[in-house]
Structures are given as C-alpha cells and as structure tokens.
Design a protein around this ligand. Structure first.
Ligand code: HSE
Length: 403
C-alpha cells in the first residue's frame, strides 16, 4: 500500500513516525507494508530522512496511480477541501484529522467516496486518539443513539481543571496554558467553544444519521467562568465543565456547547486536565464512555494511521452512518435545565427572586457573603430563564446545571 501525506506538521510527522516505528506489527496485521510515497509540504526538510519524499505539487500525488490513500493533516478548510475532493474524485481514499473540514464538508466528501467505492475516514477529527467514530459506525450498530455528551476540548478542560485545583482566574490560567503550549496564541477556537461545536456536530451526524450544521449549534465558551463560580461549585462538591451535548428527541436533535456545573454522579465528572471523553447513551446498550488523549502528535496520528490500516485491510467503501440530508435542530430556548445564579446582595431581595423564579434554594460562601449570594432555579426552559434573568436585579452570573 502506497500512501501520501499532505502536511508534515505535528500530526503529519507523527503519522510517518508511527508507520516507521510500528511497521512490522502494522504489516502483520494488514498483510502488507504501508509505505509513505509522498509528503506534500511547502518546506523542503533538507538533510532529513523524508527529504526525498517531499513534493510541492498536489498533482504529482493525484496523478500517481500507485497512491491509493491520501492523508490530509494540513489544517484549514479551503485548500484541504480542494485536495481531498481531488483525491477522492481520482479514486483514492482519503483520511483526515481535520474537524473543520469534516464538519463543513463531511456530507459531500462521504458521498463522493461512496459513489467511487472508496473511503473517507476521519477517526482523528474528534477526540484525538480516542476511538469514537469507528465505535459509533461499526460497533454500536444495534442501538439507536439517545444522547451524546462530550468533553471534547482538552485546552478548556485543562483550564477549568487548573482553575478548580488552584482557585485561579480564567485569564491567569489561560496565559499559563499558552506558555505550556496547551493553548494557542489565538485561543478563541478553543475557549469560545467553536472546536467542541464542530466535534459534537460530527458525532451527531454519525449517531443520528444526517448532517448537523455546526453553525446552528448554540455555543457558549468558558471565558465568562470565574474563580468565584468555581468556588461555589467546589463548596458543593461539583465541577464546572465545558460539555458538548446532543440528544435525540422524536426525530429531531437538540445540541449545545456550554459550561455546565456537574455533580460527582455525572459520567464525565472525573475527566480532568487535557483528557477528552465521550459519553454515549444507546437505547439498548445503555451508557458507554470513551476516554483518552484528545490531542497531541502521536495519539492523533495513531487514530489517523488506524484509518489508513482499516482502508488497507478492507478496501472499497467503508460505509458511514452519516447520510445525506440535514438533521432538524430543536430550538434551544425549549431546552430545560436548572440554573445556578449569583446575585449582588445589596441589589435584590429573596422575595424578588422568589417572585421571578418560584421558591429557590439560596447559598452563601463565607468569603463572599458580605457582597453576594447564589441560588438554584428549578428546571426551567432556556428561553424562559433568559427572559427572567434579564429582569433580575443585581445578577452577576448564571451557569447551567448538568443532570
Ligand atoms: N485544540 C484542540 C483541543 C486540539 O484543545 O482539544 C484537538 O482538536
């Protein structure tokens, strides 16, 4: 099997390294050797072992009939889309780790692959090294999926875990995460929830069978979560986590990315640091949890290579549950949950709060008791909560409470 790797960055070099280091084991599993014939990159890498494989023109790869699989690990959407589509149209299977590409163009690329009896696989696009796409497509095939909840972004989980452990504020931990290389210099894709949004869109499209438009998913990041919010959560034995969730409700789907306060009974409570996890509920199997490294060179490359191996072993089209068509999203304002709300003591009375939200349970934290208190609402629809919250005097912050 001869393959080409598009992009010799972190993941691309990991792919080449794994195919080299585990060559014998992989060859014995697959029944043949997998050789990287070309690496497409802008740079030349002179004096390195891959120097002679470097090409700068995609057409060298597209026109070479010996190359049967193209691995896209470049990043971005427009150029990868052009290259992957050209490869598929030329009858080559494609593998990518690129969630932005899959979330935006997955339906079309899967369709081209099916029509050409080849494969388009993207195990590494969600949850890095965690096997989750193949389990949804090929293992949990007897089930109807009820619900998916994920901690799908390592950067934000690292930041929230550190804030919890050290009592520090968001900005300080973000700066530390950036200096450790866990957060990008422009961290918005992670901290605003956009990365997790694309990942839950991909998982939902597979679990529920049609495309979930990532642009339509209500997405709230973690930039407004404060050290005080976390102090309240800790005092209750709870944690604040950025959850990406999707739920099937009579042929429609509810989906959201937002910080939630969760208790120790929640399946994702113990997932800390850069680790990712996906909790899937199937109507027959019940609760299943997948956890592991959601990013990093070798974990991500491991998932990429597993797709290359799968294609080499099976050949032809590996079908996906993700078919053409759009999933109908339920308006988020109908989503019901409890909310945790902090208010300024001087500006609102319990009577005023009760008259807005019904009888609520209040809570004070010793360190902040002079200036504020908090309360939990009953289960309430998002839309209704937003309306009442806008009328609430002295409101400081609110956060959803996980079931
Ligand atoms: N920025 C992502 C994360 C990396 O923090 O999880 C993998 O998609």
């Amino acid at each position: 099997m001869k393959i080409a790797v598009l992009g010799y960055g972190t993941v691309g070099s990991g792919v080449v390294e794994i195919l080299d280091r585990n060559a014998k084991t992989i060859a014995s599993r697959v029944g043949e050797e997998i050789e990287v014939k070309y690496i497409l990159d802008l740079k030349d890498f002179p004096g390195t072992p891959i120097e002679h494989k470097i090409v700068h023109d995609i057409n060298t790869i597209i026109e070479d009939e010996e190359v049967k699989i193209v691995v896209e690990v470049m990043g971005g959407v427009d150029v990868p889309y052009k290259f992957v589509k050209a490869a598929l149209l030329a009858g080559k299977s494609a593998v990518t780790s690129n969630k932005a590409l899959v979330a935006a163009k997955g339906e079309e690329l899967l369709d081209i692959a099916t029509k050409n009896n080849i494969s388009f696989l993207f195990e590494a696009s969600v949850g890095g090294g965690i096997p989750i796409i193949r389990p949804l497509n090929q293992a949990l095939t007897a089930d109807e999926f009820v619900e998916i909840n994920g901690i799908l972004n390592g950067t934000t989980n690292f930041i929230l875990s550190k804030m919890t452990d050290e009592g520090s504020d968001f900005d300080a931990v973000l700066r530390e995460a950036q200096s450790l290389g866990y957060a990008e210099r422009d961290p918005s894709a992670d901290v605003e929830g956009y990365d997790a949004c694309r990942k839950i869109a991909i998982l939902s499209s597979i679990a529920f069978g049609k495309t979930l438009n990532y642009e339509d998913i209500k997405t709230v990041g973690i930039t407004k979560v404060s050290a005080v919010d976390i102090a309240y959560a800790k005092s209750l034995g709870k944690k604040i986590k950025l959850l990406a969730s999707a739920k099937s409700v009579s042929d429609k789907v509810f989906a959201m990315v937002a910080p939630f306060m969760i208790s120790s009974e929640h399946p994702l409570y113990n997932i800390d640091g850069v680790t990712n996890a996906v909790h899937v509920n199937g109507n027959m199997v019940g609760d299943v949890i997948f956890t592991g490294p959601g990013a990093g060179k070798l974990p991500t490359a491991s998932a990429v290579v597993s797709d290359v191996i799968e294609i080499t072993k099976t050949g032809g089209n590996i079908p996906s549950n993700w078919k053409a068509g759009k999933l109908e999203l339920i308006d988020c304002s109908d989503f019901e949950c409890q909310f945790f709300v902090r208010v300024k003591k001087e500006e609102v009375s319990i009577e005023e709060i009760n008259s807005l939200f019904g009888d609520v349970n209040t809570l004070t934290l010793e360190d902040y008791a002079d200036t504020e208190f908090a309360f939990f609402t009953k289960e309430i629809k998002e839309g209704e909560f937003a309306e009442k919250y806008s009328k609430l005097k002295g409101a400081i912050s609110s956060i959803r409470v996980g079931r």
